[in-house]
Design a binder for this molecule. Sequence first.
Ligand code: ZN
Length: 296
Amino acid sequence: MAATIPLGRGARYNRGMTQRTTIARDITATGIALHSGVAVTMRLAPAPSGHGIVFHRADLKADIPALYSNVSETRLGTVIEKDGAKVGVVEHLMAAAAGLEIDDLLVTLDGPEPPILDGDALSYLALLESGGIHEQPERRKAIRVLKPVMVQQGDARATLLPAEALSYDFELSFPVIGEQYFEFAFSRAGFRCEIAPARTFGFLKELDALNSMNLARGATLLNTLALDDGGVVNKDVQRFADEFVRHKILDAIGDMALAGAPLLARFEGVKSGHTLNNALLRALFADPANHELVEL
Ligand SMILES: [Zn+2]
């Protein structure tokens, strides 16, 4: 039976979703796009069971399903594209949807990216929650990983391993940041507290070059942790000492959500990013023996 579940209350919500879910009501938000720097209005709307997450470019009258197979660029964020219409930086909103276990959603934009909001997933989480969660009639299914799948590039790699529960671990190493490691056993409550607040980050010395390529034009000291040779410039907005590795897990959760269904696997990332995340899903789905669909 379909029912709207009040968030934060009720044992069923805390036990994990067995039904597909969408949101109960439309939500609209306006903000600045991270790369193009333009103002964008985003409407999040309920979608029927089985619809999946689909981005709609209202300005182009184009639908772009949020699927790994539609990923066309991965250099500075994950871009999905269909029939020439693109949406960039989908990963933070996708992470928030995955963190709330939302399966069906229509995201309408009048520009090229969702608004970056606070540079985290928490701001999207709050928006989605303000719409309420609505249970669908269909059972939720997960993609269970049956064999280890790994992709690598230089000293970076990303791996999916068979596991009984979804988890993410990540290690990174950057100049100034040093080495950070974080392990996250997925739960909705854990995602909200440990991962969703982690902001995106960037290096100040790269900003001029990015801006000259029409990138990072919407990055500000409020939505991005900015690094120079001495470390974080805007420490006042930093939420965790190891915020960088937590954000890499946030990105990985968003990128893995492009599988089209929740994964049942252990994700391990070493210095990886959007490019390897997408290659990992392409490798997973290249061989039907790597996975099976199971009811949750
Ligand atoms: Zn990110």
